[in-house]
Design a protein around this ligand. Structure first.
Ligand code: SAM
Ligand code: SF4
Length: 342
C-alpha cells in the first residue's frame, strides 16, 4: 500500500482505514445517547450523572452521514449502543436509515432489553441483523441489586420478543459477573444457553464505572467463571474468529455455546479493528483513549467528505497499541462506559 512522507497510508477512494500498527479498521460502535433507564452499579452512579446537552447530541442525519463516510472507508460492522439506545426517540427510524447504507455487512444493537418487547417488531422491520441483551443476573433480587431496577421479568419478555424473529440471529446475552456470582447463577445462565439457544457471554468488569470504584480484586476473570461452568458442564473451545473479542466454547454435549470476553485478564488489543463514535460526535480509537477527535464540530461547520476523511484517517493512524489497565500509573478515561458507548 502506498505511504505518504509521514508514513501514513495515502488517501484515496477504496483505501481501507489503517492504523500505525498495521491494523485495518472494520468495526464501529455508535453511541446514540448517553442516557439510560437503568443504573447498573458497574456502569453509572445512582445519581448525579451529567448528561450531554441535547444540542450536542448528533441528529439522525448527522449519524447517518458519519456512518456512511466510515463505511466508505471500510467499516462493515456497525453496532448501535449507548447509554440505552432504545430510550432515544424514534430509534427504529435510525436503524432504517443506517440499513440503507450500502456496505454495512452487520448492523447490530446492544440493549438492556427494558424497552425491547415494545420495539422488537419495529427494529426487525427496520432491518436490524443481531441483538445483544445485557442481563447480569437471572435471579430477580440480584438483578435489582445490580441494575437498581426491579425489571428482570420485563427484560426477559424483551429477550423472548426479539428471539421470536428467526431473522435476528444469533441473539446473545451479555453478563458482567461481579463478586458474589455463584454456582446457582452459573447454572441459570447455562440453562439459558442450553435450553433456549442464546449465546451467553461473560464480560470482565473494566475500570469504566461511573463511581470510579473499580479495583482489580472485584474482577471475576473469565478463567474463574469458566472454571465454575466446567464444574457443571464440560466445555470445548471453538477456534477464535479474527477480531473476535470473545473466546467461545461449546458445551461438550453439543447443546449450546458460552463465551468469555476477557479484556482485563487476556487483552485482545493485538488485532483490535474497532472505532467508537460517541453520542456527541467524538471519534474514539480505544475504550480507554485519553484523547478524542471531534467530528461534530467540523461536520456542523460544513466540512466536506474529503475533509472529514482526512480527520478520521489521522485519528485512526494514532490508534492506541493497547490499553494499559494492567500497568502501573494506569489512568481511566475521563468519560465512563455509558458516555463512551459500550
Ligand atoms: N445499555 C445497553 C446495555 O446495557 O446493554 C448498552 C450500553 S452498555 C454500556 C453496553 C455493555 O457494556 C453492557 O453489556 C454492559 O454490561 C457493559 N458494561 C458497562 N459498564 C461496564 C464495565 N465497567 N465493565 C464491563 N462492562 C461494562
Ligand atoms: Fe445503562 Fe447499559 Fe450502563 Fe446498565 S450497562 S447503566 S443499562 S448503559
Amino acid at each position: 500500500m502506498a505511504r505518504g512522507s509521514d508514513g501514513m497510508t495515502e488517501y484515496g477512494l477504496g483505501v481501507p482505514l489503517e492504523d500505525a500498527h498495521g491494523r485495518l479498521i472494520g468495526d464501529l460502535r455508535v453511541s446514540v445517547t448517553d442516557r439510560c433507564n437503568f443504573r447498573c452499579h458497574y456502569c453509572m452512579p445512582v445519581e448525579g450523572m451529567p448528561w450531554i446537552p441535547r444540542e450536542e447530541i448528533l441528529t439522525f442525519e448527522e449519524i447517518e452521514r458519519l456512518v456512511a463516510l466510515l463505511v466508505g472507508l471500510g467499516i462493515a460492522d456497525v453496532r448501535l449502543t449507548g447509554g440505552e439506545p432504545l430510550v432515544r426517540r424514534e430509534f427504529p427510524a435510525l436503524v432504517a436509515r443506517l440499513r440503507g447504507i450500502e456496505g454495512i455487512h452487520d448492523l447490530s444493537l446492544t440493549t438492556n432489553g427494558y424497552l425491547l418487547e415494545a420495539q422488537a417488531a419495529d427494529l426487525v422491520a427496520a432491518g436490524i441483523d443481531r441483538v445483544n441483551v445485557s442481563i447480569d443476573s437471572l435471579a430477580r433480587a440480584r438483578f435489582f441489586e445490580v441494575t437498581r431496577r426491579d425489571a428482570l421479568d420485563r427484560v426477559l419478555a424483551g429477550l423472548d420478543a426479539i428471539a421470536a424473529f428467526p431473522e435476528v440471529s444469533p441473539v446473545k446475552v451479555n453478563a458482567v459477573p461481579m463478586p458474589g456470582f455463584d454456582r446457582d447463577d452459573v447454572i441459570r445462565f447455562c440453562d439459558l444457553a442450553r435450553e433456549r439457544g442464546f449465546q451467553v457471554r461473560f464480560i470482565e468488569f473494566m475500570p469504566l464505572d461511573g463511581d470510579r470504584n473499580w479495583t482489580a480484586e472485584q474482577v471475576l476473570t473469565g478463567a474463574q467463571v469458566r472454571a465454575m461452568v466446567e464444574e457443571v458442564h464440560p466445555l470445548l473451545e471453538r477456534p477464535r474468529e479474527p477480531h473476535a473479542t470473545a473466546r467461545v466454547f461449546a458445551f461438550a454435549d453439543g447443546r449450546g455455546e458460552i463465551g468469555f470476553v476477557n479484556p482485563v485478564s487476556e487483552p485482545f488489543c493485538g488485532d483490535c479493528n474497532r472505532l467508537r463514535l460517541t453520542a456527541d460526535g467524538r471519534l474514539r480509537t480505544c475504550l480507554f483513549s485519553q484523547h478524542e477527535t471531534d467530528l461534530r464540530g467540523p461536520l456542523r461547520a460544513g466540512a466536506d467528505d474529503a475533509e472529514l476523511e482526512s480527520i478520521v484517517r489521522a485519528a485512526v493512524w494514532r490508534k492506541e497499541l493497547k490499553h494499559r489497565i494492567d500497568e502501573p500509573g494506569f489512568r481511566p478515561p475521563a468519560r465512563t462506559m455509558s458516555a463512551i458507548g459500550g
